[in-house]
Every structure is written in structure tokens, then in C-alpha cells.
Design a protein around this ligand. Structure first.
Ligand code: SF4
Length: 368
């Protein structure tokens, strides 16, 4: 697929529809419309999602005339690889684009017990979180279902083992691209065979979309980027809090937990002297009392911002975690990997974008 992905979109071909991103049923409908038996549709979807062919030509189960018919209407994918980076700790980061000049990223993270990947849902992001490289660069567009699923398939080609876990923590706020996200999750599950329980969607807390997701009752994992239990601090860090404050968003997460029976994850970016006090740990304990949840601590490690954010000392990080545990909470700390290729959370494509650097210069925001 990669070689084809790389060559695709060098011409006007990139405006064709893409096969990746269609469900088996949709491919079968195309077959029927083109006087082909619907079982051909199953063959095509198995070739693209199970065998993971790299071009329509590689679907050798199909006679040449059907492949040609497909090629007249479709590209396999529009995703193009721009650049690939490998870190000293085995992380692979791919810079990709969908046939235009708008670059986004996906990351492959092999662990001993699983292989995970981090996918983007938008090019840029409109949410404007003050600590995030992507947010500082502004928003370009939503990714299509095809572009989301193609990131997984592109990374799978680079992985020695099967990618079993997907996290939507790359560029963008996934729930702002709700329909394409849900369809991509459906394809990852129903066509590629990933367990829904191994898919995590991370959100800043868009209450209406969380409610919509709750109604679907999919057992996917939902992670809330909380970053402060105080409205005052959280609003300074994340403008979204002005619209949906802490109690409202946590209440909606609790409804999600009850409907899906999945523990909720609270992502907590720990910033020195900003949100790392004992009082904040106690307030998180109060918010989550009795709720099946995990608090995942992410010590600030991102970009060299001019807003004065710093990583707390190891002593402060440990003290904060201990205080959370004293409040009866389950606490983890995110494994930090891929630093030498800027693949850590919040360092995505912004690094490669001049826009980001310009926005950073202007960002004189300070908290407290
Ligand atoms: S942290 Fe997530 S939601 Fe916030 S600006 Fe960055 S990408 Fe967007």
C-alpha cells in the first residue's frame, strides 16, 4: 500500500473516492450497481482490510476487468507518506497527508505485551488548549473516515506485530469529527477485527458528543483530559471549560461509565506550580469518589512554550500521585517515549509546521 500511497495523488487521481473507509455493505452495493455479484464485495473488503493489500492491482482474486473497473472509480487510499521517523526507543512516527498539503501524524508504539498506535482525527485543532503544540497551530479540517483508517493500515505495514490497540490522541479533538470517527471505529472493529475494548477516544469534554456516544453504548474507552479540577485553572488551560465546566463534564463522563461499564480515564497533564498541589489532588478525589476510574498522570514534557509551563520535579510528581492514592484513586503515569522524534503527546505535527512556531511566539499566556 505504501508505495501506492506515495504515488497516489501525484495527479488529479486524488479526487477519486477511496475504497478504504467503505464498509463491506457499501462495497457490495457498488458491486450490485455495477452488475457484479455481491460476494465480490466481500472479496474486495477482505483484500483491503484483512490481507491489507497495497494496491487495487494486488487484489488478485478479482479478474483484471473488475480491477480496472474499480480503478476507474476508486483509489485504494489517498493517504501519502511525507516523512517517517524512528526513535531510539522503537517508536515510529509518520507524517502523512491526504493528497493536499495539510500534514498530520500517526505514531506506532510497540510494547512488550501489545502494539498500540496513536491516530489523528483532524488536521490541526480548533480547541486552543494552551499547552498543546497542535492547539497553538490552529485548525485546518476534519479527516475523512478513509484517512483515519488508512493511518492504522499504514502503521500496520510498518509493524512487526499486529496492532491491537488504537488511541485517538493524535492531532485534533476526535469528538468534533464525530461521524467520521464513529464510522472509522466501526471499520476498525467490524472489518479489521480490533476489539472495541482496545480502542480509546480522548476528549477535552464536549458534553453533547459524549452524550451521543453514550447512547451508542459501544464498549470503547473514553478518556477525559481534565488537567484541573478547578474551573478557574481549567478555563485558563482549556477554553472549552468556559462552555462545559468541570462538574458538568465529569457528570457526563459518569453517565458514560454507567452506560458502558467501562472505567473512565482521567488524563492529567501535570504542570509545575499550575495544577500539581495537594488541594488539587484532593479535589480530584472528591470529584471521582466511588466512580470506577483511573487517573493517568502525564508530566508536562512538550514544547518549549513561552507561557512558562514547566515539568514538575520528580519529587512533586510522586507527591501528587501519592495524594491521589490517599484519596482512594487508581493512578498511573504515562510511559514517555519517542522524545527524540517529538512523538510525545502534544508534540505532533505542530513541530513541522511554521504556523506553530509563529503562534508560539505570540502566545504569552500565563497561568497563575
Ligand atoms: S490537547 Fe487535544 S483538544 Fe486540546 S488543542 Fe491539543 S489536540 Fe486539540
Amino acid at each position: 500500500m505504501v508505495s501506492n500511497m506515495e504515488s497516489v495523488a501525484k495527479s488529479s487521481e486524488h479526487i477519486k473516492k477511496t475504497l478504504i473507509g467503505l464498509s463491506t455493505i457499501e462495497i457490495q452495493e457498488w458491486c450490485i450497481k455495477n452488475d457484479l455479484p455481491s460476494w465480490r464485495g466481500k472479496q474486495i473488503s477482505e483484500a483491503i482490510y484483512k490481507q491489507q493489500v497495497e494496491s487495487i492491482d494486488q487484489i488478485i482474486q478479482l479478474p483484471k476487468n473488475i480491477r480496472e473497473k474499480l480503478q476507474e472509480e476508486f483509489n485504494l487510499s489517498n493517504l501519502e507518506l511525507s516523512k517517517e521517523f524512528h526513535s531510539s526507543d522503537d517508536v515510529t512516527k509518520c507524517l502523512v497527508h491526504g493528497g493536499d498539503s495539510q500534514v498530520f501524524e500517526c505514531v506506532l508504539l510497540p510494547y512488550e505485551d501489545r502494539v498500540s498506535c496513536c491516530l489523528s482525527s483532524q488536521v490541526g485543532c480548533p480547541m486552543g488548549c494552551k499547552f498543546c503544540a497542535t492547539g497553538l497551530g490552529g485548525f485546518d479540517r476534519n479527516l475523512t473516515t478513509s484517512e483515519i483508517v488508512s493511518q492504522y493500515l499504514l502503521l500496520q505495514l510498518r509493524s512487526k506485530r499486529r496492532i491491537s490497540h488504537v488511541v485517538f490522541m493524535g492531532m485534533g479533538e476526535p469528538l468534533l469529527n464525530y461521524n467520521n470517527l464513529v464510522k472509522a471505529i466501526t471499520i476498525l472493529h467490524e472489518e479489521i477485527g480490533l476489539s472495541l475494548r482496545h480502542i480509546t477516544v480522548s476528549t477535552v469534554g464536549l458534553v453533547p458528543q459524549i452524550k451521543k456516544l453514550t447512547e451508542l453504548k459501544l464498549p470503547i474507552h473514553l478518556a477525559l483530559s481534565l488537567h484541573s479540577p478547578s474551573d478557574e485553572i481549567r478555563s485558563k488551560l482549556m477554553p472549552v471549560n468556559n462552555r462545559w465546566p468541570v462538574k458538568e463534564v465529569v457528570g457526563t463522563m459518569i453517565e458514560y461509565q454507567k452506560a458502558t461499564r467501562r472505567k473512565i480515564t482521567i488524563e492529567y497533564l501535570l504542570i509545575d506550580q499550575v495544577n500539581d498541589s495537594y488541594q488539587e489532588a484532593d479535589a480530584i478525589g472528591e470529584l471521582l469518589q466511588g466512580i470506577p476510574s483511573i487517573v493517568n498522570i502525564i508530566p508536562f514534557n512538550y514544547v518549549d512554550t513561552e507561557n512558562g509551563f514547566k515539568r514538575p520535579s520528580n519529587g512533586r510528581i510522586e507527591a501528587f500521585k501519592n495524594q491521589l492514592r490517599l484519596n482512594g484513586l487508581t493512578v498511573t503515569q504515562r510511559q514517555e517515549r519517542g522524545h527524540d522524534i517529538a512523538a510525545a503527546c502534544g508534540q505532533l505535527a505542530g513541530e513541522h509546521s511554521g504556523r506553530f512556531a509563529r503562534r508560539l511566539e505570540k502566545n504569552l499566556f500565563t497561568v497563575r
